[in-house]
Write a protein that binds this ligand. Structure first.
Ligand SMILES: [Zn+2]
Length: 342
């Protein structure tokens, strides 16, 4: 089959060409991939891969949607079923899996990280990882859901859900997860304040319903947030930026507020500001992906048209390096999608 794979680390190690067909093991189904979404983790797998154990070559791609071509008996799947991939092959036996908390499974594989991924004509994954794709969701939109939208869903609604009467601060709007968080905040009618260094991204966010945009190049974020909230601070901060924004994120919260993170693109070791954490009783928690149940909730909301995934651009498989480049430069608003067979 044709695939995008990493032969050695680095840009020059990216290959597009013939790769062995997937070899399904017991319980696996095989999906013919229609579209895949690009994520920051793809760049990490391309360039670094540290801490993730899979020897190269590795087919990249965590996000994907497509059509079942082969399914085990009794799996409920059959050839021709249109599906979205839940990218985490969870064990199904540990305590976390038993309580439906799949992202905290103790023994899992993730497509495009610890097993071959979605930027290929075919992928084999456990049958339980394929969730039906409603007709009202396009292949391109479906391909954006497994990573960015699912991650955003769990951040917004998974632990201490954002409520309609609350205000969220979304740091560094423009990327896939932060744009999705903005859409979800507005979906429930909450107030959303967003930050960016780009006037274009702030404008795009306002078109998506952001109530206020703060350009952090020109304005002091925490001070401006306090002005906008009558000195109270926001209820929830969504921060995937990390070191560069962390201080402002903590200072923008109301007492008893929470900051949720799923990434640290500018670094992972900001000042913890522990005095502020306890004095103002701030909760800090991390989030990654979501459970199968959360994935189904998300797909249902998208199918009903309550959230329309934002697609910045689409690329044929042969031009995937361009998509990676756009992500690396942080130029995108929303998701970059690779069309494999659609
Ligand atoms: Zn498990």
């Amino acid at each position: 089959m044709k695939a995008v794979y990493q032969e050695v680390r680095g840009k020059e190690g990216l290959r597009i060409g013939a790769f062995d067909d997937p070899r399904p093991v017991t319980g696996d189904a095989v999906m013919k991939v229609k579209a895949g979404g690009v994520n920051r983790i793809d760049l990490y797998m391309r360039d670094v891969g540290k801490g993730i154990t899979h020897e190269l070559p590795l087919v990249l791609g965590v996000d994907g949607a497509g059509e079942i071509v082969e399914a085990p008996e009794g799996s409920g799947l059959k050839a021709g079923d249109e599906v979205v991939l839940y990218p985490m092959a969870y064990c199904g036996r540990c305590a976390a899996c038993n309580r439906g908390d799949h992202p905290n499974c103790i023994k899992f594989d993730i497509a495009g990280e610890t097993r071959h991924g979605t930027f290929a004509e075919y992928i084999a994954m456990p049958a339980k990882c394929f969730v039906p794709k409603p007709d009202t969701i396009s292949w391109q939109a479906a391909a954006t859901l497994p990573v960015a939208y699912l991650t955003a869903w769990r951040m917004m609604f998974g632990k201490d859900a954002l409520k309609p009467a609350e205000t969220a601060l979304i740091v560094g709007v423009g990327g896939g997860v932060s744009s999705a968080c903005l859409q979800m905040a507005k979906m429930i009618g909450a107030r959303a304040i967003v930050t960016s260094s780009s006037a274009g991204k702030l404008k795009a966010a306002q078109a998506l319903g952001a109530d206020h945009g703060i350009n952090y190049r020109d304005e002091k974020v925490a001070r401006r947030v306090m002005e906008l909230t009558g000195g109270a601070g926001v209820d929830m901060v969504i921060d995937n930026v990390g070191e560069a924004s962390w201080g402002d994120s903590l200072r923008s919260l109301r007492a008893g507020g929470r900051v949720v993170t799923c990434g640290a693109t500018t670094g992972g070791h900001p000042s913890a500001d522990i005095q502020r954490l306890f004095a103002r009783q701030i909760a800090v928690y991390g989030s990654t992906l979501g459970s199968i149940a959360e994935f189904r909730q998300l797909i249902d909301v998208v199918a009903r048209g309550n959230i329309a995934p934002i697609i910045d651009n689409t690329y044929p498989m042969d031009d995937i390096a361009e998509a990676f480049e756009r992500m690396e430069q942080g130029e995108q608003t929303g998701k970059l999608v690779v069309e494999i067979d659609c």
